[in-house]
Ligand binder design. Sequence first.
Ligand SMILES: NC(=O)c1ccc[n+]([C@@H]2O[C@H](COP(=O)([O-])OP(=O)(O)OC[C@H]3O[C@@H](n4cnc5c(N)ncnc54)[C@H](OP(=O)(O)O)[C@@H]3O)[C@@H](O)[C@H]2O)c1
Length: 341
Amino acid sequence: MKAAYIAEPGPPENIVVGELPKPTPAKDQVLVKVAATAVNPIDTYIRSGTVAMPLPKPFIVGSDLAGVVEAVGPVSRDAERPRSGSRPRFRPGDRVWGSCQGILGRQGTFAEYAAVDEDFLYPVPDGVSDETAAACALVSLTAHLGLVRDAGLQAGDTLFVNGGTGGVGSMVVQMAKALGARVVTTAGSEKKVTACRDLGADIAINYKTDDVSAQVKEFAPKGINVWWETLREPDFDRTVSLLAPRGRMILMAGRDARPPFPVGPFYVKGCRLIGFAMFNATTQELRAAAEDVNRWLATGKLKARIDRVLPLAETATAHRLQEESTIGKSGALGGKIVVKP
Ligand SMILES: NC(=O)c1ccc[n+]([C@@H]2O[C@H](COP(=O)([O-])OP(=O)(O)OC[C@H]3O[C@@H](n4cnc5c(N)ncnc54)[C@H](OP(=O)(O)O)[C@@H]3O)[C@@H](O)[C@H]2O)c1
């Protein structure tokens, strides 16, 4: 099968698109004929080696996938996996999506076929395209875990998220609206500000030209209940001053950041700081999130923002673009890069 893989971590040019053996599904795995994948920043960190993880050799890049089940591997007896429900969950011909591959030693998805533990797969709702399912995979699960499991977002809460057209940001905006919150977000161009409003944000602020703090205060005079930080260098002084009493701040980016922290104002307000990495969620937590995601995808409350669709042969270009946009802050991307094998 065709696959995009690396022999060793390094720059995007290390990605080879060539032939590898078609995998065989192991116990409780299914073989997925991949129709679409999507690029996430973590794919580039793992490929470059800046985030060190155990890698199969050769390592196929990529975490997300959508496609069709081609074959089902041997099924463990229910007694061996009592909490997982009846098996197999999928049959040949079923459309599925999933994430958390290419991470923590698992093989990646940028290939014509992927053997995936069925616990990491969810059905694709009728009427939802493979491109949409792949583009929403990691980012929708991330947004749901942070909003529901961790921040306990309630209807009527005020929510702030940086970068409302970003991979995670666009999911946070739409899900927070679906959960009944009032949403303020930011973007780096007027075109993206308009796109944030189209996604349902109550207000969207151009962070390059406007006074974000002043507009957030005007929007939420009593403060922000949930502040979702997507930036890799959080400004705690600004955030804590804008949080409501008992406000929650989500941190999920910036491994090397060591910013100053206003201890007194933070604890006196009774705020909470919550960090998480989606790939550490249990398969039960991920599945609970995926069920809501599927319901919102099916009812049109959640839409993918796809910047472009590229062929597998252009995986290195896709990685370079994602790096320039997320780490280099070029703003070149206005949504996800979908890659089709
Ligand atoms: N912990 C986890 O589980 C987890 C999961 C997913 C992602 N992440 C991390 O979260 C980060 C974001 O991921 P992503 O996929 O959403 O990346 P992305 O699609 O590149 O989005 C980045 C966003 O940041 C915005 N931005 C850049 N500079 C800004 C500034 N100065 N002020 C306000 N907004 C600014 C961009 O807005 P413009 O385009 O409008 O400039 C863009 O919307 C990455 O570091 C990623 O590794 C962590």
